[in-house]
Ligand binder design. Structure first.
Ligand SMILES: [Zn+2]
Length: 404
């Protein structure tokens, strides 16, 4: 190619790039004109998508495909009426994206079946029992159920695990060292909940190979680095499903089952989880309005790390996730219900600057919904763990009862 032709091509490319940007901004302004909100591109933090670790071509490619101007369900509402309209269409779109209708169709009318083991541990003021809930044919999800003694009815707390065993939340520690670790990081959340008068349900999150109780695929040939959660998600995606959809489905089936128990007061359903359990808490609360209070821990920030790569474990990803919007749009679907997001200030997985920005975006959505006081973000003083004092302070304030 001669110099003249190369220059001409650069000018053409530059023009088409500028035209593209102009068109995107114009379309964005037109779309947002009704609400008067600033364009989504102006609100999103600048992303370099890989910095020096990606080639310049790849950085441009990623900047183009992840352009916030392409988000289809970002919340631009500025008042409760706009918020309600957005929430209705965005929630339906998210349910489709995580393929809940496909999972429902695959279940083909299957009625979930719970099996409780006969042994009941008497732990003083409460009991603990082990069981399984078959949420779709051949998928029996393990759980622990901790119940206060007395007649009830009791509010329900659901505690979901991330990449680790679920048993610690139910007060089953395995070893003294494990017990010290679990208690030092406030991970005995089922025990905390039942001690505060909740019926605590601790289901095993689907596809977590690190949890011996979990229903999970094995990564048989090591194609996925030995990570069963990634193997499981790819197989689900190949079948037109998603792992996030399967996990939310399991929580929905657990809520169906638990709220039919006479001792459960279905008006108060609190859900929490750390890391992957926090991701599931966010999506489940976004999609199921029966969850009345949510507190995802060590999971909430931007979908992207500062370098521009997707930050969460791949088992949380599904096709079209970023075309839908950003993580704060998912969290915003929880409004007007109370939401507390918590991250540790020393958690390298969730940088402070990005997390603060994400929290401001959720606050903006809650303000549009007319309930800015129902959303809080708190930083814990340490790393990637639970912070029970922050969590129970918020639940106490929300319920008007001192549960600290
Ligand atoms: Zn994973």
């Amino acid at each position: 190619m001669n110099t003249c032709r190369r220059l001409q091509l650069h000018v053409m490319l530059g023009f088409s790039l500028l035209s593209g940007i102009h068109a995107a901004i114009t379309a964005d302004q037109a779309k947002e004109g009704a609400t008067g909100a600033p364009p989504a591109a102006a609100r999103a933090p600048g992303k370099r998508h890989g910095t020096e670790k990606q080639t310049p071509e790849v950085q441009r490619y990623m900047a183009r495909i992840f352009d916030p101007g392409k988000y289809e369900h970002s919340c631009h509402a500025t008042n409760p009426a706009e918020f309600t309209a957005w929430q209705s269409s965005a929630r339906a779109a998210l349910a489709e994206l995580v393929r809940l209708p496909t999972i429902r169709a695959d279940a083909a009318g299957f009625k979930p079946r719970a099996t409780l083991l006969p042994a009941i541990d008497d732990l003083g003021a409460y009991t603990r029992q082990e069981g399984r809930l078959e949420t779709e044919p051949d998928v029996a999800i393990h759980f622990w159920l901790l119940k206060p003694k007395g007649a009830g009815p009791f509010p329900l707390a659901i505690i979901s695990n991330g990449h680790g065993p679920s048993r610690g939340a139910a007060g089953i520690y395995g070893s003294e060292a494990a017990k010290r670790h679990i208690l030092a990081e406030d991970r005995d959340v089922g025990i905390q909940a039942v001690s505060r008068g909740f019926i605590a349900l601790v289901p095993s999150t689907r596809g977590i190979g690190e949890d011996p109780e979990a229903f999970a695929l094995a990564d048989l040939d090591g194609r996925n680095g030995g990570k069963s959660c990634i193997a499981h998600n790819w197989h689900a995606i190949a079948a037109g499903r998603t792992m996030m959809g399967e996990r939310v489905w399991d929580i929905m089936k657990f809520i169906d089952w638990a709220t039919a128990l006479p001792e459960v007061d279905a008006k108060t359903i609190f859900m929490t989880g750390n890391s992957g359990g926090g991701m599931l808490t966010t999506y489940a609360a976004a999609l199921d309005e029966r969850i009345s209070i949510a507190s995802p821990s060590s999971s909430f920030d931007d979908f992207f790390a500062p370098a521009g790569n997707l930050t969460h474990c791949q088992c949380n990803h599904f096709p079209g996730m970023v075309r839908f919007g950003q993580f704060w749009d998912i969290a915003g679907l929880i409004a007007p219900r109370p939401l507390l997001t918590v991250t540790g200030i020393k958690d390298p997985a969730h940088p402070v600057k990005e997390t603060r920005h994400a929290a401001e975006e959720v606050k903006r959505i809650y303000s549009a919904a007319g309930v800015p006081d129902r959303y809080e973000h708190q930083f814990g003083p340490e790393g990637h763990r639970f912070y029970k004092n922050l969590m129970w302070d918020f639940v106490s304030k929300t319920l008007g009862r001192d549960l600290r």
